[in-house]
Design a protein around this ligand. Structure first.
Ligand code: ZN
Ligand code: ZN
Length: 413
C-alpha cells in the first residue's frame, strides 16, 4: 500500500483537470478512459464539475470486451463505423469539448488478433473521427494525455516485482515524477514548473540561435544548425479560445527542430532506446550535412539500422529537445517503456519527422514548404536520449556571440 494513496490520487486528478485540460466553466469535457482507471476517472469527473463543467462525457473502454470483439465479432463490423458514433464526435466537435485521455493499456491486449481486423477498424474510424482529432491537435480546444498503471505495464517497468507490488511501484513512480506528494499542492507546483519552462523557452526564442554545439565526456561533439524563424515550445500551449493547457502530463522538455541538413558530428546515446520491443544500448550516430552516415551500437545495432533505413527522412533529425539532468524522471532512474515518461528523462533528439509548429507558420505550410523552411519529413519519429551529467550546450547567435545554454547537464538560465 502507498501511504496517502487516496489523497495522492485526488491530487493527481486535480492536476490532470486543472492544469492538463484546464477545464473552464460551461465547457463539456470528454474523458476517454479504460475501466481499469475507474477510480482516477471518477475523481477527474468530480474535479471537472468543481471547475463548473456544464456536463462531463465519459467514454469507458473495457479491455476484455474489446478483445472479445476483436476475436469473435462478425468480420464485417470492422469495416463499419456506426453512425451514432460519428454523430457523437460531431457533437463533441460542435461543443469544442476538451479531451482527457487516460492511457495505460495492456501491451498483450491484441495478441493473437488478426492484424487485418485491427487495420480495418483503424481505417473505418479514421475518417469519421478525423475532424474532432484534427481540431484537437491543432489546439482548437484543450486536451491532455495522462497515464494510469496497468499490471502488464507495471511488471514490465519493474521486472523484479509482481502483481500489487509492481502496481504500487508504478503508481509511486507516476506520482513522484508528476510532483504529487499528497499535500494538495500539486497544482501549484505544476504551475510554477510550467512558468519556469515558458520563461526558458522565451529566452531561447529571443536568442534565435544560428546553431547549438553539444559536447560531453562520452565523446559527443555535435553542431546543430537551427532553421530561421524556429520556435522553441514546451510546458503549456494556448488553445484557439485562449485557454492555457498542458497536453502531456508529465512534461519536462523544451523542443524545436534542427535544420534538417545542418547537423554535423557525432552524438552518443546516454540511455538505452526501446525500439519495437528491443533494446538498443551504448550507441552513437555520426552525421554529415544532416544525414546519419554511420551508426554503432554495442547491442541492438541491426534494429537501430533498420529503423534509420525506414525511409530517406529517417536518416535526418527532426527534433532537438532540452531536458535538465535534474528532471524528476531522470532522477527516478526508471525506464518506463512509455514515451510519455521516457522522453522526459533527458535531452534528446529524434530522427525522423519534425513538428510543423517548430517554425513560425509551419502548420499552414505544405510539406514541400516545411522542408524548404528546414523541417525534416518522414513517417518515422524516434526519440533517443543524449543528456548526461556533464553535457554542455553552447549557442551561437547570428552575430557570432557564444552563449552557454547547458552547463553540467542543466540549463544555464
Ligand atoms: Zn521530445
Ligand atoms: Zn519526439
Amino acid at each position: 500500500m502507498i501511504p496517502d494513496f487516496e489523497a495522492k490520487l485526488n491530487e493527481y486528478a486535480h492536476l490532470l483537470v486543472e492544469v492538463g485540460m484546464n477545464v473552464q466553466p460551461g465547457q463539456t469535457p470528454r474523458i476517454n478512459t479504460s475501466l481499469d482507471a475507474a477510480p482516477l476517472a471518477r475523481l477527474c469527473v468530480a474535479a471537472c464539475y468543481d471547475r463548473g463543467a456544464r456536463e462531463v462525457v465519459v467514454d469507458w473502454r473495457d479491455d476484455f470486451v474489446s478483445r472479445q470483439r476483436y476475436l469473435r465479432a462478425d468480420e464485417a463490423v470492422f469495416s463499419e463505423f456506426p453512425s451514432y458514433q460519428k454523430a457523437k464526435f460531431d457533437w463533441l466537435l460542435e461543443r469544442s469539448a476538451p479531451n482527457l485521455a487516460l492511457t495505460g493499456s495492456d501491451p498483450e491486449l491484441l495478441k493473437g488478433v488478426d492484424p487485418a481486423r485491427i487495420q480495418a477498424a483503424e481505417l473505418a474510424a479514421g475518417e469519421p473521427t478525423k475532424p474532432y482529432y484534427d481540431a484537437m491537435t491543432a489546439g482548437k480546444f484543450q486536451w491532455c494525455v495522462g497515464a494510469f498503471p496497468t499490471l502488464a505495464w507495471a511488471e514490465k517497468a519493474f521486472p523484479d516485482k509482481k502483481g500489487e507490488d509492481a502496481l504500487d511501484a508504478l503508481w509511486d513512480a507516476i506520482f513522484s515524477v508528476c510532483r504529487i506528494t499528497g499535500d494538495g499542492k500539486g497544482v501549484e507546483r505544476w504551475q510554477e514548473h510550467v512558468a519556469a519552462t515558458a520563461r526558458r523557452a522565451k529566452v531561447l526564442n529571443d536568442y534565435q540561435f544560428a546553431s547549438l554545439r553539444y559536447t560531453n565526456s562520452l565523446g559527443t561533439d555535435l553542431t546543430v544548425r537551427l532553421p530561421d524563424n524556429h520556435v522553441w515550445a514546451g510546458g503549456s500551449e494556448l488553445s484557439a479560445g485562449g485557454v492555457e493547457f498542458v497536453a502531456n502530463m508529465p512534461t519536462e522538455e523544451i523542443f524545436t527542430a534542427p535544420q534538417w541538413d545542418g547537423v554535423d558530428g557525432r552524438v552518443y546515446a546516454a540511455l538505452p532506446l526501446a525500439l519495437n520491443g528491443n533494446l538498443v544500448k551504448d550507441f552513437w550516430l555520426e552525421l554529415k550535412d544532416g544525414r546519419i552516415v554511420d551508426v554503432h551500437a554495442e547491442e541492438g545495432e541491426e534494429v537501430l539500422r533498420r529503423s534509420i533505413d525506414l525511409d530517406e527522412g529517417s536518416h535526418y533529425l527532426g527534433e532537438a529537445a532540452l531536458v535538465p539532468y535534474d528532471s524528476p524522471i531522470r532522477a527516478s532512474g526508471i525506464l518506463f517503456y512509455n514515451t510519455l515518461f521516457d522522453e522526459n528523462a533527458s535531452c534528446h533528439f529524434a530522427f525522423g519527422a519534425a513538428y510543423p509548429s517548430c517554425v513560425k507558420g509551419g502548420e499552414d505550410m505544405s510539406e514541400a514548404d516545411q522542408k524548404a523552411a528546414g523541417l525534416n519529413q518522414s513517417i518515422n519519429h524516434v526519440d533517443f536520449m543524449v543528456g548526461t551529467r556533464d553535457l554542455s550546450i553552447v549557442g551561437t547567435t547570428h552575430d557570432g556571440r557564444e552563449i552557454p545554454v547547458f552547463v553540467n547537464g542543466n540549463f544555464a538560465f
